[in-house]
Design a binder for this molecule. Structure first.
Ligand SMILES: [Zn+2]
Length: 366
């Protein structure tokens, strides 16, 4: 039995939920139809015309790219620039283009983990965890029925705190209600006040899973009307956010670390601020344009911050407190396609998966 494009999309949405993308982003299905039968997937950092041509040659009707080819609304589609030509080519050839961008930057197992792994960093964590993406659910359930509801909301994605799953708080009490004449109560009688031994259950949940979790609660709960309330939390989600920080297993001299970085990331060149004469132990990094994280890297005591697209004046902000290092945008994110291929090959072992051979880097060095 074959797969549909929609099955790949739903798997990738679990890996990197689209709701974790930045507001300017366009991480979504850009061309194609989710109901198409899948014939193969081609992975690329950028989706350009040559990449679409490669997919056609390979017979793969889905391209999964890190950078969205379309960011803004297109008012016409005439082929006057590379974006329009890429889209036209994809549509003419029935190629689905799916972008998985800042949502993949923001998950603990995404772009930045891949860079951390290449550098052998240990004890890694998100450099700037995201706030305001967690909710609290409180609900009330007859005590004999509490376990089935708790299991159901856990299975739907509630109760995860860092490395701990199935987290809840439970408190016994008395619930009271009077069913109306229109009600169909599972406990008590119409028009008659009732008191029931109930448990108050509190769980934390990712906001984007809220509807699924509420549905699981309703299905597993014996009452016709489930009493619950939801609250947004300001807490950071330690598993979601920008950049990553970790330790080298053995501290290295600055010069040695920069040489090591060039080898591990396959760099022809890197740019850095003045060396500070101390060993590199704590490394902060962010694939792509990550200079907005410089203060977080400093605050967390990183010896070096590795990112890309740093402007001349931004280098001064290192201010001899940290080494700032630009390794190039393409170079910092090129291994993202390998990361995606590995994830998909575990889930879809029988599908043809390809890494692009097109070098999409728009810059070169001499
Ligand atoms: Zn990028």
């Amino acid at each position: 039995m074959g797969y549909k494009i929609s099955q790949v999309i739903s798997y990738l949405s679990e890996l990197a939920p689209p709701s974790y993308q930045e507001s300017y982003d366009n991480a979504t299905l850009i061309t194609g139809d989710p109901s198409w039968e899948l014939s193969g997937v081609l992975f690329s950092l950028d989706c350009l015309e040559d990449v679409v041509a490669e997919a056609v040659t390979l017979g793969a009707n889905m391209i999964v790219a890190h950078h969205p080819i379309v960011f803004k609304g297109l008012k016409s589609l005439t082929g006057k620039n590379y974006v329009e030509r890429t889209i036209i080519k994809a549509i003419k050839n029935d190629i689905a283009i799916y972008a998985i961008h800042t949502n993949l930057d923001h998950v603990a197992n995404g772009v930045n983990k891949r860079i951390s792994d290449r550098l052998g960093l240990i004890s890694t964590s998100i450099l700037k965890p995201k706030k305001n993406i967690l909710n609290k659910l409180v609900y009330f359930v007859p005590t004999p029925d509490k376990d089935q509801t708790i299991r159901a909301v856990f299975d739907a994605g509630a109760g995860q705190i860092g490395d701990y799953s199935d987290c809840s708080f439970q408190q016994e009490g008395i619930g009271s209600f009077t069913p109306s004449q229109q009600a169909n109560p599972s406990i008590g009688m119409k028009g008659s006040p009732e008191s029931v031994q109930e448990t108050r259950v509190e769980v934390i949940l990712p906001a984007f899973k809220q509807n699924k979790i509420l549905e699981a609660l309703r299905k597993s709960h014996p009452y016709e009307e489930v009493a619950y309330y939801l609250q947004p939390l300001e807490n950071e989600n330690q598993e979601v956010g920008a950049g990553m920080i970790g330790h080298l297993p053995v501290p290295l001299k600055e010069e040695d670390f920069l040489d090591f970085l060039k080898v591990k990331m396959n760099l022809k060149i890197l740019k850095h601020t003045p060396l500070l004469g101390k060993k590199i132990s704590k490394v902060a990094l962010c694939g792509g344009a990550g200079i907005f994280l410089l203060n977080d890297a400093k605050a967390k005591g990183a010896d070096i911050f590795i990112t890309a697209d740093i402007k001349y004046h931004e280098f001064f902000d290192a201010d001899r407190k940290i080494i700032l290092c630009d390794i190039g945008h393409y170079e910092s994110e090129i291994y993202t396609k390998d990361l995606l291929k590995e994830h998909l090959s575990q889930k879809f072992p029988n599908i043809a998966l390809y890494l692009t051979k097109v070098v999409t880097n728009p810059t070169s060095y001499r």
